[in-house]
Design a protein around this ligand. Sequence first.
Ligand code: FAD
Ligand code: SF4
Ligand code: SF4
Length: 485
Amino acid sequence: MAERMLKFVGTPQAMPQKRPAAARRHDFQEIYSEFARDKAAEQAARCSQCGVPFCQVHCPLHNNIPDWLKLTAEGRVDEAYELSSATNNFPEICGRICPQDRLCEGNCVIEKGFESVTIGAVEKYITDTAWERGWVKPIVPRRERPESVGIVGAGPAGLAAAEQLRRKGYQVAIYDRYDRVGGLLIYGIPNFKLEKEIVQRREKLLRDSKVTFQLNCEVGRDVTMAELRERHDAVLIATGVYKARDIAAPGVGLPGIAPALDYLTASNRAGLGETVREIESGMLDAKGKNVVVIGGGDTAMDCVRTAVRQGAKSVKCLYRRDRANMPGSQREVKHAEEEGVEFVWLSAPQAFLGKKAAKGQQVSHVRTVRIHLGMPDATGRQTPQEIPDSHVNIEADLVLKALGFDPEDLPAMLAAPELGVTGWGTVQIDWKSMMTNLDGVFAAGDIVRGASLVVWAVRDGRDAAERIHGYLTAKAAAALPVAAE
Ligand code: FAD
Ligand code: SF4
Ligand code: SF4
């Protein structure tokens, strides 16, 4: 083993420099700067090169983390990039937005007492360096194949599948109902976690690799599933999940209460230079308002931090469980607290109160009730129970509902009534073949798993590409004429 490694005892953990909260509260730029070359090498060298690397086991892509850390420590960043990009289509994106504390870094064996290796930051450094130095090149397949694959959805699952299929020489067309490529990478996740240029340069790379895009094209409305199956030799459904869960409480329909994704999409569109009516009118603008966000996941964290940046008067996050039991990343909670967000743990909305406004009514308060965590349920999670007579009214001019997402009615949306779905509304696939009940139609990403993570979407997209390749090669082989005996 290189002498350079195993430096975790003498070298403390360090992340790239984080901009001070006072500065980042006022803009949407990413909060971490890039590692300098020496710093990346120094941090990579803290890895102890475990024989059984738990970091790798707990990365959904099983990235070869110890090897690319070692190469980075030795200054061989070009080789580190080759290795890292062999298992991940978007390492610089995952390096930025994976909840590493729950995945690779949370399972790094030197975590106890010494703090984990900063795997995500090194992964981002490697691929950002590759882009800077021109090592990231469009795909030129060794041979072109005549078969074409149609992909519904230009989110990370669809894009990862497209890249893998193009590498094998397939003709790939992606359809998306949005006007831009990236799915939630572009319209869900805010700039301060993932700047849009990072996604847009990936789009350009795919276009330069001859992947084609049909945007503003909703499958089920502008083109039918039957037409796609006719047009392509295989189809991949990667449409994500978008039906926002609602709150059943009196007053929930008052103006000033909005679904989280509408709010984030409006903010992202504005960040991309568009004039957004809902922001111009103040409807989805937090400026000068008391904002209450309901929920404890990644979407809620993105809402509170966006509201801070829009100049909210106060921002509160209401969550019915406690800090230890929230689904969002602890790192994100820390960023939000630094930026001035107040967390109201163990608290749930009971009703929304209104006040008179210029045009009718407008939300004025969230009536909350305190929660006690009771006995664990069948899943092992403690059941939230309301504490009687514990009401508190919280002032609110804008309330954002961030309670998670379910799949839309996919057979209806895609105009494919014969498509099989599960009881949760996700697409039913055979996990081995990743094929749906329709011959040649596959599915991947959130629409199969339910709302999940970008890294899982990439994994599913890659797996689906492999299965589609198997399906098409088997079909081509079966079509070959049988030699006469
Ligand atoms: P999506 O990204 O949702 O893409 C689906 C695409 O399909 C969209 O472009 C959509 O327009 C298109 N589509 C849908 N229906 C049709 C149709 N009928 N015809 C044509 N096109 C269609 N994950 C992380 O790992 N880290 C994070 O920090 C993180 N933050 C998040 C923040 C927010 C606000 C949200 C909502 C999610 C976040 N996630 C995060 C989760 C992550 O974004 C998703 O798991 C991931 O994007 C799923 O990828 P996908 O390709 O399956 O779907
Ligand atoms: Fe960690 Fe995500 Fe990178 Fe895997 S893809 S090594 S989980 S940051
Ligand atoms: Fe290195 Fe930590 Fe992975 Fe071990 S678990 S190989 S120390 S990064």
